[in-house]
Write a protein that binds this ligand. Structure first.
Ligand SMILES: Cc1cc2nc3c(=O)[nH]c(=O)nc-3n(C[C@H](O)[C@H](O)[C@H](O)COP(=O)(O)OP(=O)(O)OC[C@H]3O[C@@H](n4cnc5c(N)ncnc54)[C@H](O)[C@@H]3O)c2cc1C
Ligand code: FES
Ligand code: FES
Length: 1349
């Protein structure tokens, strides 16, 4: 560090009000790691490590001396270097409230509004909301929405989070149920409050025939009181030396400098030309975490005045390079407010772009200079700055200062610029606009908020004064080349032209030539990206025309209403929702919790960060950390493994691979624990490195060298598998004679339907701790598995010990969704092997990329189908062939394919049906269970067939569906007679609730009036067979231990992963024992409490475990009978004590096996029998932007039959959460693989799950009333999986809108439209005058960037 200023080596900052001084800080350490490991504040979670999920959100507070104001920012702790926090204060979820000292309002409301399921996202959600309130105690819903752009939740579907927090916004107040006759609308309160709310007991007040509307009430919740907040540390206000002093922190590999002056900064950059200047570290942090980059010198310029200043000149606003995007936005907003609109057109475009730039946490940290200098081809600001003609000031110690224009010469290649290594970007000069100058920006991403662009653009035109003749045109595009580019040909061509239709025509043609893309261009989607450039230009053309029509009305006609809609940016709409459920009977005891919306038992611990997940468990003495070595070839022989370089790293303990295990112990079902001779997918586990900590283990793992010899071209896609006939097996299920019926059918159609796979994206990645017990080969494994017994068995086999030597424990999972049913053992078994060999506890939590690459997801399916039908749309024959991409091991694929066959016809009675499933073996990581287990894929195909038939017959698809419905007494294609079918009731209710006929008429009217925006509406049913298809899995056990103080420790075979299973089991025990829920505790799921458990899956966990709990509790109750009879008034605690004194056993096991379950016999075609069926239906209405493919869900109505709900809050939560996961499956989530099998979409940056803004603008969920189910505990029904498919209503509504758009262009033909309905698929299906200009991408021998698997 330079000489002239005080330089400190001690980091000083505050956490939750306590001062931290650290003279030994490692610059490589993130705030997240520091909090979790050094300060043991484990409430802040690691969900991704790349700023994409928000689980690590904390509040950063800084004192602004000039303004004498403390400012608060939500930031991602995972990307914030702890070294950068000198002089600042951090608040974590632990700092604002706890179950011991009292919950903060934001914690209480989230918990009580049922906004926390698995709880892993919860601390991050809490901290985003908390930061918002600290900055604005009375926020609007729109501001709340903005603060949540960087938070993801995979469980709840977001609605309860928004609802819970609505009460802290200006929109607080009574919410309506969405009905025209809602009692809230009619004044007064809602009389439909349910009995017990939020854990307390309420008076029961209504009649049974009135449904309940409120799953919680805000009465009695603590208000937000800003005066009670912890104060900003006074020391930080007093001491100005902290920000003045320069810093230098030296770690083992990296030095961190924080210069205090520009001179020091330039000096440092001169000394270390390769040093990274980090502003927000949002780019560099990701490169270090996931791209294996090491930057030995980091320079943080946030204290250099020249880089943080914002100044106004007569021609421009000048922003220091380290100005954050939040500060940029604030300053631009001020300008837009203060100045005439014509002066600030660039600023307005930047503000609009920043709405869609990353999440709030990233914008709070990231700097404008970082965005420019990253030189990313998909930077959001660079196209705008380039089109605006921004000027950059560069400076170096010896070269002095120079100014360059950010034009087409600035970027010299992929992530390269003309800036010299010693130079620093000082500031960015963004010019004001003139009256005759118009400016607009555009961005299209896969997900609207918090996503990087597919294509973006900045467009500026200058006209001759008082004319529509183009004087200058600047068109800059991102996503169309390795750098941001300008469409130079078009810019030149159109100068001198009039702004009219011929300019549009020629401009779009020229643009198509200016911006070509090779067939193999990185990022793929080449035709779509090219089409987007034309769509943007068209929008620009219209926007400018609209503006000209106002300034020069004599020359330019105003936009039509239709055109006006094209140029209107996406508007925020405050979401509305309702949840309707049946209230318990007035006769039900007030202490009986069944049927009441009780809060999730862990919710309060989750909102305070006290809930313990695997990686929150303090380290064991002598503990080590492990990292996998995985294959990088998809189909190859292993020629050799060389770990010597890895072992040289200090802190590496050992490398373990197949060499360390006998062949027999290395075998795990049809694959190996460690690949020994062959690898058959990228991401297969070859070995494990054990070291002192995670970074060391991961670094060493990358140094293990594996030599391969490729054996054959890998099979990646389903098409590849079909060509090579690569499948383990195929199975046919049939009824009637499909072939004969097809021959005589009045109408026939045939087609193909593809549905892509899906990543589970549970918020907590796989995490396990293996603890060798030191004697008799005993091993304890603390695990994130949904399948404790399978883990126990697999570990025992690999260790060569009896099952009774292995115990698997699970407290809770941060989400599972099927992804942790079997694939978790692929992770935990090698870990246990290593722990057993080394004899020390070993921990491993996969990082997000590892988890996505190794553990597989939902099976993609291709269906080839033929169908025969009458003129009325009644299906008379169907022959379907399903091909599932199973990956490299059979895993659960037989079950998944079978389930797709059982679900083939969804809710329809197809009398002659033959359905065949092929389990295709490919060279992808094995796919596995995922909510629905193959059923959504099967049902999707049947619904696609319905759409085709309806389109062919020109009928409303709703009518076609209705004409084919199953009803009570019908027999399914697998031979089960249907009892108590509630399908038509759900259907009728949902049509009424949504007012479907009016909706459809309105959609048709809208479509007749609009060309570029179209709406669609669809109604879809679901019928889901409930039971494991392997009969023996339908069993469960429970253990009830009653202690002398009356408290009850309950154990059962299911795992808690957010779905509320433990809460429901406590409710069952509470009713059966007739004691308050508070007396009952579930600590964990463990194989030494309940043996031989079935996986927590197939939606049956409440059914089977509930019955086992019931039986165990009844045994206890039975034993207590004589004691109770003797003193009926004594009460539970006395009875228990008396029973003890009388030597009556106070522990009991319970067991249940669902009777009569039978699998289909594929040899003899003998019928199958499930326990019962679940039904539901949904209506969705969407609007699509035909020019970009963007869509919004305007409304969704759901009616779901969950029997007599055990807990309506949990059941509604499951319905909404499943629906949103389905929404991701059908509209957004796309796993992209390279042709050689590399997963390209890793982490939340590249793989998008639905966010807060993806939810329907209006969401109404009703639980079907008066539908008790005699076949499950207390007349309830399964709920976990069935509602997921209802999101197909959104998909088919989109299809409906696309159909309308195509009709406008004379395309009446039946078209293929595969899932997911991404922006790309939508845009390219809405063919128009712009897409006509894009010639099809044709391979000239090169491979595409990605393939559809
Ligand atoms: C979750 C997530 C979402 C994102 N979303 C978007 C998005 O929607 N749109 C988008 O465009 N980007 C996005 N990004 C990328 C990134 O956030 C932006 O590019 C951001 O502006 C980078 O700023 P930073 O200060 O964090 O850069 P840093 O990581 O600190 O630095 C980035 C680079 O710039 C160089 N640099 C920084 N300042 C200077 C300087 N003064 N002189 C010379 N070189 C300098 C650094 O050396 C480094 O190479 C996203 C990133 C993440 C993690
Ligand atoms: S863990 Fe930091 S954003 Fe995901
Ligand atoms: S509760 Fe949000 S991810 Fe589980």
């Amino acid at each position: 560090m330079s000489h002239d200023a005080r330089c400190s080596n001690t980091l000083v900052f505050f956490v939750n009000g306590a001062k931290v001084e650290d003279a030994d800080v490692d610059p490589e350490c993130s705030l997240l790691v520091y909090l979790r490991t050094k300060l043991r504040l484990c409430g802040t979670k690691l969900g991704c490590g790349e700023g994409g999920c928000g689980a690590c959100t904390v509040m950063l507070s800084k004192y602004n001396r000039d303004e004498d104001k403390v400012k608060h920012y939500s930031v991602n702790a995972c990307l914030t270097p702890v070294a950068s926090l000198h002089g600042m204060a951090v608040t974590t979820v632990e700092g604002i409230g706890s179950t011991k000292t009292g919950l903060h309002a934001v914690q209480e409301r989230l918990a009580k509004a049922h906004g926390s399921q698995c709880g892993f996202c919860t601390p991050g959600i809490v901290m985003s909301m908390y930061t918002l309130l600290r900055n604005n105690p009375h926020p609007t819903m729109a501001q709340l929405d903005e603060y949540f752009t960087g938070n993801l939740c995979r469980c709840t579907g977001y609605r309860p989070i928004l609802d819970g927090y609505r009460s802290l916004t200006t929109s607080a107040g009574p919410t309506t149920c969405g009905k025209a006759n809602c009692c809230m609308l009619n004044g007064g309160g809602c009389g439909n409050m349910n009995g017990q709310v939020n854990g307390g007991t309420e008076e029961l007040d209504g009649e049974l025939d009135q449904p309940g509307h409120h799953l919680y009430q805000t009465n009695g919740m603590r208000p937000y009181d800003p005066s009670q907040e912890i104060i900003f540390p006074p020391e930080l206000k007093v001491r100005n030396d902290l920000e003045r002093e320069s810093l230098e922190f030296k770690g083992p590999r990296v030095v961190f400098h924080r210069p205090a002056t520009l001179e020091q900064l330039l000096h440092l950059k001169d000394l270390h030309p390769t040093a990274k200047i980090i502003g927000g570290n949002t780019e560099v942090g990701v490169e270090v975490q996931y791209k294996n980059q090491l930057y030995p010198v980091l320079i943080n310029p946030i204290n250099v005045a020249e880089l943080t200043s914002i100044e106004e000149t007569s021609t421009a606003m000048v922003f220091g390079a380290a100005v954050t995007l939040t500060a940029l936005e604030e300053a631009l907003r001020d300008q837009v407010t203060l100045k005439h609109e014509s002066r600030t057109r660039v600023f307005a475009a930047i503000i609009e772009m920043l709405r869609w730039f990353a999440g709030k946490q990233i914008r709070n940290a990231a700097a404008i200079g970082g965005n420019v200098m990253t030189a990313s081809p998909i930077s959001d600001l660079n196209p705008l700055l380039m089109a605006a003609g921004a000027i950059l000031t560069l400076r170096s110690k010896n070269g002095g200062e120079r100014q360059v224009t950010l034009d087409h010469t600035f970027f010299t290649g992929y992530r390269r610029t003309i800036v010299l290594p010693q130079e620093v970007l000082i500031n960015i000069n963004i010019p004001f606009t003139q009256q005759n100058e118009y400016f607009f920006g555009y961005k299209q991403a896969r997900r609207r908020e918090d996503d990087i662009a597919i294509v973006n653009a900045g467009c500026k035109v200058v006209f001759r004064p008082d004319s529509i003749e183009v004087l200058k045109l600047d068109l800059a595009f991102g996503g169309m080349a390795p750098t941001t580019v300008m469409a130079l040909g078009t810019m030149k061509e159109l100068v001198g032209r009039k702004w009219d239709a011929s300019l549009l025509e020629d401009g779009t043609s020229q643009l198509a030539c200016d911006l070509p893309l090779a067939f193999s261009a990185p990022g793929g989607m080449v035709e779509y990206r090219r089409a987007l450039t034309l769509s943007f230009f068209f929008k620009f053309y219209l926007s400018v025309r609209g503006q000209l029509s106002q300034s020069l009305p004599q020359l330019v006609a105003p936009l039509t209403q239709d055109e006006q809609l094209v140029v209107t940016p996406h508007q925020y709409t405050e979401p509305a929702s309702s949840q309707v459920f049946q209230r318990v009977s007035p006769e039900q005891s007030k202490t009986d919790p069944i049927g009441r919306p009780i809060v999730h038992t862990s919710a309060f611990k989750q909102v305070t960060g006290e809930a313990v997940y695997v990686d929150d468990i303090p380290p064991f003495a002598n503990e080590l950390y492990a990292a996998f070595v995985i294959s990088s070839h998809a189909n190859a022989k292993i020629l050799g493994i060389d770990e010597s370089e890895a072992l040289k790293i200090e802190g590496v303990e050992r490398f373990i691979c197949a060499r360390d295990l006998s062949e027999e112990r290395n075998q795990r079902n049809d694959h190996e624990v460690f690949a020994s001779k062959m690898v058959d997918c990228i991401g297969q586990i070859v070995g494990i490195v054990v070291a002192k900590d995670q970074p060391t283990a991961q670094r060493a793992a990358r140094l293990v060298r594996i030599d391969y010899e490729d054996v054959d071209t890998p099979i990646i896609t389903i098409q590849d598998a079909i060509e090579k006939k690569s499948w383990w097996n195929k199975w046919t299920m049939k009824t009637g004679d499909a072939e004969a019926a097809l021959k005589v059918a009045v109408n026939t159609l045939e087609g193909e339907t593809h549905i892509s796979g899906q990543e589970h994206f549970y918020m907590e990645t796989n995490a396990h701790i293996a603890i060798p017990k030191g004697e008799d080969g005993e091993m304890e494994i603390i695990s994130t598995t949904q399948n404790p017994s399978d883990t126990q068995v697999m570990v025992a086999k690999a260790l060569g010990v009896a099952y009774n030597k292995v115990v698997c424990r699970i407290k809770r999972l941060g989400g599972g969704f099927g992804g942790k049913e079997t694939r978790s053992a692929d992770v935990s078994v090698p870990l246990c092997v290593a722990a057993s060999i080394i004899g020390r506890p070993i921990r491993m939590m996969l990082d997000r990329h590892e988890d996505m690459v190794i553990t597989g997801g939902r099976h993609p399916f291709l269906c080839r189908w033929r169908v025969g039908f009458t003129d009325q749309g009644v299906i008379t024959a169907a022959d379907l062939h399903f091909y599932a991409n199973c990956g490299n091991t059979i895993d659960l694929s037989i079950g998944v394919v079978h389930r797709s066959l059982y679900s083939t016809s969804n809710a329809y009675n197809w009398p002659n049906l033959s359905t065949t499933g092929y389990a295709c073996k490919t060279n992808l990581p094995s796919n596995t269970a995922f909510r629905g287990f193959g059923a959504p894929q099967g049902m999707f195909c049947s619904e696609d067939i319905m759409e085709h038939v309806a389109q062919y017959l020109h009928l409303d698809p709703r009518v076609v569906r209705e004409r084919n419905f199953y009803k009570t007494g019908d027999t399914t294609h697998f031979g089960q007679v249907i009892e108590r079918c509630t399908l038509s009731r759900c259907w009728k209710d949902v049509l009424d609730q949504s007012d479907y006929s009016t909706l459809r008429a309105n959609v048709q009217k809208f479509n007749s009036e609009h060309t570029y925006r179209k709406r669609g509406v669809s109604v879809v049913p679901v019928m889901f067979s409930i039971a494991f298809t392997l009969p023996w899995l339908n069993q469960a056990g429970a253990l009830v231990l009653v202690y002398r103080d009356g408290s009850v420790l309950l154990s059962h075979g299911g795992t808690e992963m957010g779905q509320g299973l433990h809460t429901k089991m406590i409710q069952v025990a509470s009713r059966t024992l007739d004691i308050p829920t508070e007396l009952i505790h579930i600590s964990e799921t463990a194989t030494d409490k309940v043996p031989n458990t079935s996986p927590t899956a197939a939606s049956v966990s409440s059914d089977i475990n509930g019955m086992a709990v019931l039986e165990a509790c009844e045994k206890i109750k039975e034993r207590l009978k004589p004691v109770i009879a003797k003193d009926p008034k004594a009460g539970w605690k006395s009875w228990v004590e008396e029973a003890y004194l009388q030597s009556i056993s106070l522990s009991a096991t319970g067991y249940y096996c669902t009777p009569g379950i039978k699998a289909y016999n594929f040899e003899t075609h003998e019928s199958a029998k499930f326990n019962y069926f679940s039904y539901g239906a949904a209506v969705s209405e969407v609007e699509v932007d035909c020019l970009t493919g963007d869509h919004s869900v305007l409304q969704t109505d759901i009616v779901m039959d969950v029997g007599d709900s055990l807990n309506p809050a949990i059941d509604v939560g499951q319905v909404e959460g499943a629906f949103m996961q389905g929404l991701g499956l059908f509209t957004l989530e796309e796993l992209r693989y390279s042709p050689s099998g590399v997963l390209l979409t890793r982490g939340p940056g590249a793989y998008k799950i639905p966010g807060f803004q993806s939810i329907p603008q209006k969401l109404s969920v009703s639980l079907l009333r008066d539908a008790p189910n005699p076949r499950a505990v207390f007349s309830s029904k399964a709920v976990g999986e069935p509602p997921l498919f209802l999101a197909a209503s959104v998909f088919f509504a989109i299809r409906n809108a696309v159909e309308a758009a195509r009709k406008d262009h004379g395309l009446e033909n039946i078209f293929r439209f595969d899932s997911p309905a991404t922006a790309e698929h939508i845009r390219m299906a809405c063919q128009d005058f712009l897409t006509e200009k894009i010639e099809p991408a044709v391979s000239k021998g090169e491979k595409p960037w990605s393939v559809t698997v």
